[in-house]
Write a protein that binds this ligand. Structure first.
Ligand SMILES: [Zn+2]
Length: 422
């Protein structure tokens, strides 16, 4: 008999998402559902995943084992949110208010709002204040089923302020259950004090900030906002190559506002992910497919910016690009911690099937985090990161929207949210 210290039973369905990670093309829609499936874990790792009918025959509960009753719900791998701007100070509610009244993002930015207002708030905040501000966000992320996430800097834009953001992320990662992968995004936008001298700022990033973030082990990846008016293709390549030399995996904000060759650059650099891709064309899709780079789509940003053009998720899947979904959680263009909300947008606005969206939010999200070997699917030997949805089967995701369907969250074999006895 297999010994377990956690049993999860009583589900109408269990979705494993088992299989190679990342998944592309037809495999993007394979979720490996098991009717009346159950799971068991020991010391944080899955030791059994299968029909509940086999659970009692094969698994013995250790004394004091926890039993989570899914109460007719659906068990899913925990969501992997592979694109967030978590460590920030302040909100941009005032700007949102103006924007919905008709001002464009560009007009707001030109008037000193937008990203630079968050930069001012982050520079003024202490590390402790950044940690405190992020705590309730992490509680909400976890409550909505996110068990692993990425968190970017990019609102400091000085050596010390970028490192301060990353130190805040490191503290947050140590004090609560969700796993956080940190990304240095010093090349998020040009800081005002470098106006007219992008070269000097790119040198600061490549020669000072990247080496320090890497040597202090504050980040495992490096990201750039590639857009003609922000950092061009050559500057982006230099930053990501510098990151690579210091052991940081590449990510890229690519083709969000225009077709700037971001997808092609991400493919060329074998980036972990190319993110956004609202304006990615057929050449970009072909390059990503050939490189196996994960496309991280962020429909929440398109939705919250009230833009008409979502990333062409169908064309990406059909071209054989592995597609992931993430929140893009940030105070300016997408203020939501909810992956279920993102799944709804992906299905209703980008026309992914529910199954493709589930793989995008779990297995392929794990790949985009560089954590595909440990999380993203429910398979024996992997981390016991799972959620219980108060839904009779997976098809209710996206369909039943605007509510939080997550009834319980398990991280590394421990019940960390919900799951209380009635
Ligand atoms: Zn972003």
């Amino acid at each position: 008999l297999i010994e377990a210290d956690l049993l999860v039973r009583g589900a109408a369905e269990l979705v494993t998402c088992a299989g190679p990670i990342p998944r592309a093309g037809e495999a993007q829609g394979r979720i490996g559902e098991i009717p009346r499936g159950a799971a068991a874990a020991r010391d944080g790792r899955l030791v059994f995943v299968g029909p509940e009918a086999d659970l009692d025959r094969k698994v013995r509960a250790l004394p004091g084992a926890a039993v989570l009753d899914a109460r007719g719900g659906t068990i899913l791998p925990g969501f992997c949110d592979s694109h967030t701007h978590l460590p920030f100070a302040g909100t941009r509610a005032g700007e949102f208010h103006r924007r919905v009244a008709g001002a464009t993002y560009q007009e707001i930015a030109a008037a000193g709002g937008g990203i630079l207002s968050t930069v001012r708030s982050v520079r003024a905040a202490s590390e402790e204040e950044l940690v405190e501000a992020a705590r309730p966000r992490l509680r909400r992320l976890l409550a909505h089923g996110t068990t692993s996430l990425e968190a970017k800097s990019g609102y400091g834009l000085t050596e010390e302020d970028e490192l301060k953001q990353l130190r805040a992320v490191r503290r947050l990662a140590a004090e609560q259950p969700a796993e956080i992968t940190a990304t240095l995004l010093a090349a998020h936008t040009l800081p005002p004090e470098f106006a007219g001298d992008r070269e000097a700022y790119v040198r600061l990033v490549t020669e000072r900030i990247i080496p320090r973030a890497a040597s202090e082990r504050l980040a495992s990846a490096c990201d750039v906002f590639l857009e003609a008016h922000v950092f061009d293709r050559e500057e982006s390549r230099r930053v990501l190559r510098a990151g690579e030399r210091h052991g940081l995996a590449a990510r890229l904000h690519a083709d969000q506002l225009s077709r700037s060759g971001g997808a092609e650059l991400a493919a060329e650099l074998r980036a972990l992910s190319a993110d956004h891709l609202e304006h990615c064309g057929p050449e970009g899709r072909a390059a990503l497919a050939a490189a196996g780079t994960v496309a991280v789509l962020l429909p929440g940003a398109t939705f919250a910016l009230m833009l008409a053009r979502y990333a062409d998720a169908r064309a990406l899947v059909d071209a054989g690009v592995p597609v992931a979904l993430a929140t893009d959680f940030n105070p300016g263009t997408c203020y939501t911690e909810s992956m279920p909300m993102i799944l709804t947008l992906a299905v209703l606005q980008m026309r992914l099937t529910v199954e493709e969206a589930i793989v995008a939010a779990t297995a392929n999200g794990a790949a985009a985090l560089g954590r595909g070997a440990e999380v993203g699917s429910l398979e024996v030997g992997k981390q016991a990161d799972l959620i219980v949805l108060e839904m009779p089967d997976h098809r209710h995701l996206a369909y039943h929207f605007g509510v939080n369907p997550v009834a319980a969250v398990v991280k590394k074999g421990r019940i960390v949210a919900g799951g209380a006895a009635p």
